[in-house]
Design a protein. Structure first.
Length: 346
């Protein structure tokens, strides 16, 4: 057991430091092509590259371990200190991805066929996951790799609506203006704003506002973007109507939308992950997360799906992203034990 653990930790250190050294913000995933080509050869895993999104799939089989290779912007020089690995994406989600790659390699060596994907664009509009849907990929079971503290199994995510609002007004000289598009729309923003408070209450948050071209002329046009988050029990149509009614003089356009997801706690993926943790004397927790992930998209392939991964979720997107080799080992072991159980059901 000790020999296996040290092998996994050594391999994780090597692979994760290599991957963290490659800067892959969303839409730049092709930067990692040589990395995946090398590990395909070294680990004897068939490589497929999805051409539309530059997503990577390793291995074969009807079970998918799905994480993502893209990160948020802001490169962080990778380093290791006392078995803690630092770098952009160490937590979200290159750490979970490396855990999945190692698990896939070890399982395939045992004759258990499984695939692992480094999907593209999860931090933006999930074009990698959407390409799997568009090209009719089929999997019986899917485990999504996101940081969940190595103990939590995510069974529910909120949905999101990305809404553009374009408004027009009458430009006037600022010294005598009676109307001001910025002031008018700002009042409406305050009225429609819903601060993120708890999971079950929807949020409406302005994230971008642009208007005006001159110091002394009130704007003729204004652009506003709203980020809307809602749980599966919230009514999407009511949220859209509330905003539409508040901005009747403006043009509204949904530029991206991700539906909420909630899976049964009795589905076989959830159960296999829970049992895998219990076998390691780790008490599993079933949780719901306020953001979104590729699980929201991939539920269209199968409802036998859940999210789990190593890494402290409080560190994702921060400048302090770090993950321990022990966390990665727990992730690898959990994936392997869960898939060994699921594989018997195929």
């Amino acid at each position: 057991m000790l020999q296996e653990k040290e092998l996994v930790k050594q391999k994780a250190k090597e692979l994760l430091l290599d991957l963290l050294s490659i800067y892959t913000p969303s839409k730049s995933e092709a930067n990692a092509t040589k990395f995946f080509e090398k590990i395909s050869k070294d680990l004897n895993l068939k490589l497929e590259i999805l051409p539309d999104s530059n997503s990577f799939i390793l291995g074969e089989g009807d079970i998918l371990l799905a994480s993502h290779v893209d990160t948020v912007y802001g490169y962080i020089e990778p380093k290791i200190e006392n078995e803690l690995i630092y770098g952009r994406g160490a937590v979200d989600a290159k750490g979970p991805l490396i855990s999945m790659i190692i698990a896939t390699w070890l399982l395939n060596e045992k004759g258990i066929k499984v695939r692992v994907s480094g999907l593209a664009d999860e931090e933006s509009t999930s074009i990698g996951a959407k390409e799997l849907i568009a090209k009719n990929y089929n999997f019986k079971y899917i485990i999504v790799g996101e940081p969940s503290n190595a103990t939590d199994i995510v069974v529910e995510y909120r949905g999101s609506i990305q809404l553009d609002i374009m408004c027009e007004g009458t430009p006037e000289h600022s010294s005598s203006a009676k109307n001001n598009l910025i002031v008018d729309i700002s009042k409406k923003i305050i009225e429609v704003y819903k601060q993120p408070e708890n999971y079950d209450k929807p949020s409406i948050v302005p994230t971008i506002i642009r208007a005006g071209e001159s110091y002394n002329v009130t704007p003729a046009k204004l652009y506003l973007h709203l980020d809307i988050r809602y749980a599966i029990n919230n009514k999407r149509e009511d949220l859209i109507k509330e905003i539409t009614d508040k901005f009747p003089e403006c043009n509204l356009k949904i530029v991206d939308e991700t539906p909420p997801v909630k899976v049964s706690i009795n589905n076989p993926v959830v159960k296999s992950l829970a049992r895998a943790l219990l076998k390691q004397n780790i008490k599993p927790r079933l949780v719901k997360k306020a953001g979104t992930s590729d699980m929201n998209i991939l539920q269209r392939i199968t409802t036998n799906i859940a999210t789990y991964g190593p890494g402290n979720s409080m560190l994702e997107h921060t400048t302090q992203e770090k993950i321990s080799l022990d966390e990665i080992y727990i992730g690898v072991k959990t994936y392997m034990l869960a898939i060994e159980e699921l594989w018997q059901k195929i």
